[in-house]
Design a binder for this molecule. Sequence first.
Ligand code: COA
Length: 198
Amino acid sequence: MLSKHTKPGYNILAEIIQLGPTLYIEPAHPEDVPAIVAVHQESLATSGAYDEPQFGVTKEALRTFVDGEFAQRKQEYWRAAIAGGTGVFVARHSIDNCSSVIGFGAGQDLQPGVSKLSALYVHPDYQQKGVGTALLQKVLVSLKEPIVRLDVARWTGAVLFFTAQGFTATNKPISTPDPPKAYGIMLELIEMEMMRHG
Ligand SMILES: CC(C)(COP(=O)(O)OP(=O)(O)OC[C@H]1O[C@@H](n2cnc3c(N)ncnc32)[C@H](O)[C@@H]1OP(=O)(O)O)[C@@H](O)C(=O)NCCC(=O)NCCS
């Protein structure tokens, strides 16, 4: 699964250590919700999900959306998810006794045989440093069912990330109750899945 990280000169642990022994991943607490939402906002705003010219969503309009209705909705969503027992994990980075949430991931067992990765977001300042991989591993070991599915915005680097992690597109139609909708434009999502081993 981490085969691409075995290329010469790349070591996932080294990347994590580069953030320090100061990076750690643990279950989220209700008081993490504002920081989780802040990461969600920054990550979505820079994910490229709405960058396609046909969407006609400007960076300014996306920012307004992400800072407004989206943030409000996600406060409630993540509060309920943590309270409701969805496995939500945060990546924390601490310096000088000050700890900040730099990423989060969430997943739950959906039905016999199938679990779902419902979110994986890393703050843009900390992307491409192994944090997303570490968070994904933590969520995956918390899930029991062998098939793991997720919905991901088609136009993002996240599709490449999940492909590198062993997920493949299912080409099935998606029904997601809560896709972000900026200025009336629904995110174009694709479903990916992988079979967990062990
Ligand atoms: C997708 C995401 C969670 C990955 O987290 P991350 O910490 O950046 O990922 P990692 O550093 O662990 O892994 C990096 C690897 O993933 C791939 N990858 C990650 N982001 C990528 C991007 N934007 N474009 C291309 N490949 C990417 C690369 O293969 C990379 O490997 P490399 O460093 O050997 O080149 C993060 O980029 C993110 O939050 N994106 C925006 C939000 C989003 O779309 N989330 C998914 C919705 S559920």
